[in-house]
Every structure is written in C-alpha cells, then in structure tokens.
Design a protein around this ligand. Structure first.
Ligand code: 1GP
Length: 237
C-alpha cells in the first residue's frame, strides 16, 4: 500500500499533491518524450492515466514509455475495466457515488476483478463524485448519471461521508474534464471538514492560482488535465 501510505503521510504533513492527467486517446507516442520531460520539470507528484472513454489500445505502450523516463507513481483513472494496464503502479478503484447507475457502482468493479488478479497494481478505493459545472461532462454522458447540484454543498459532503463510511480511501470531487466552472472553494471546504480521508479535486482548473486556492480550501491533491494538454508549458509560465 505504498502509494496510499504516501498520500496519507503527505496529508499529515500538510504537503499538497498534484496529478497530471493524461488521456491516452489524446497522446501521440511521438510527442510523449517531450511531454515526459515537461512533467519531470513540473511540480507534479503523480500521473493519472485514463478517461471516460478510451478507445486507443496504446495504454500499455504509453505507460511503459512513461515508466522508462519518469519516476512518479502512475495511477490508472479508468472509465471501465478495459483500461486496466499491469504496467501502472496502482489504480483508483472508482465508485461513481454521485450517480445511481449500478453499472458504475458495482458491475464494472466486479468485472475488473479477474483483470486485476493478473496484475500487481495497488488498488485504492475511491469515491468519485461528479458535480454539475455548467455543461454536460463526458462522465455524465458515458455513465448515464446525473451530476450533483453544485449549489447543494451539504448533499455533496454528505455523499462524500457516505463514501468514507462505505470504505472509500479517497474522495474525488470531479467537475468534469474541461468544466466551465471548477468545484467551488466553499464545496471543497465543506467536504474536507466532514471527511477524514484525503480529498482529490479536479475538473476545469486552468490556472496556478486555481490550484493554490483549491489547496487553501482543503484539497489534498489537485488534478490537472486539459490545461496541461493544451499547453505543456503550463507549469513553466
Ligand atoms: C478530469 O478532473 C480531471 O477527470 C481533470 O479535468 O481536464 O479539466 O483538468 P481537466
């Protein structure tokens, strides 16, 4: 349980974590080397690999290549069991607890077991909460679930707490990739005050100031996908 223990230790020491999310569909293998060198120069502490709908069969190749040149832990962030790669270090074993679709609450998870048994991945149970952000997200479309109301912050933190009670080791507040509005600071504060497990926040965070304010509000780990994808110099500027 090395990766999770490190996340817990960071939380204890008030050391903030940053994940760069790479969507295998958007990555060309030819530019991966230059992306990896940007990641190595960035403040990132983790790499997440995945997306709601990954169509490529390049996940293994992409992860193997990252492993060769980068020491950061690689966590799968899968939309379904076909996105599991034994070459990663661990997997966010997601439960879409904002939704009411049994496929994303238990069915995919059951189907993932025989795949996971052929790997040594560290499995980290993660309560995944999709919050409405002003436009429909890929998660909403693919999972056929409704996001939670961004104005009902008590219901969001109540959902997070239920996830913790059910055994989730991490809670992930997700506005959706490319969200118009990121998770509000008030929602982050309200949630972190309620839960004891580390809190991941992502979706629609486009600036360094946005990252800093999410940390100040209580996020333990911030995820940056689109901003880095659109501009690999994001962390240098
Ligand atoms: C999406 O939370 C992640 O699952 C990251 O979102 O692409 O908007 O950074 P962005």
């Amino acid at each position: 349980h090395k990766i999770y223990q490190e996340i817990l230790a960071a939380k204890k020491n008030n050391q903030k974590l940053l994940a760069i999310l790479l969507d295998p569909d958007d990555i060309k293998l030819e530019i991966l080397d230059s992306l990896i060198s940007k990641i190595n120069k960035s403040p990132a502490t983790h790499i997440f690999v995945g997306g709601s709908l990954v169509q490529t069969n390049q996940i293994d190749a992409i992860i193997q290549k990252i492993k060769q040149h980068c020491k950061l832990p690689i966590l799968l962030f899968p939309g379904n069991p076909s996105q599991i790669s034994k070459y990663a270090d661990g997997i966010l074993f997601l439960n879409l607890i904002s939704g009411r679709n049994p496929e994303y609450l238990i069915e995919h998870q059951v189907n993932a077991v025989p795949v996971l048994e052929k790997t040594n991945l560290e499995i980290i149970s993660t309560g995944y909460i999709l919050v409405e952000n002003g436009k429909q997200s890929a998660v909403e479309r693919i999972s056929q679930t409704k996001p939670l109301d961004r104005n009902n912050i008590d219901y969001v933190s109540q959902t997070a707490k239920a996830g913790e009670y059910m055994g989730n080791k991490l809670i992930y507040l997700e506005a959706g990739s490319g969200a118009k509005k990121p998770i509000s600071l008030e929602m982050i504060e309200n949630t972190i005050n309620k839960i004891n497990v580390p809190l991941i926040v992502g979706g629609g965070i486009r600036t360094k100031a946005g990252i800093e304010s999410a940390y100040k509000a209580g996020a333990d780990l911030v995820v940056i996908g689109t901003a880095f994808e659109n501009n690999p110099n994001f962390f240098e500027e």
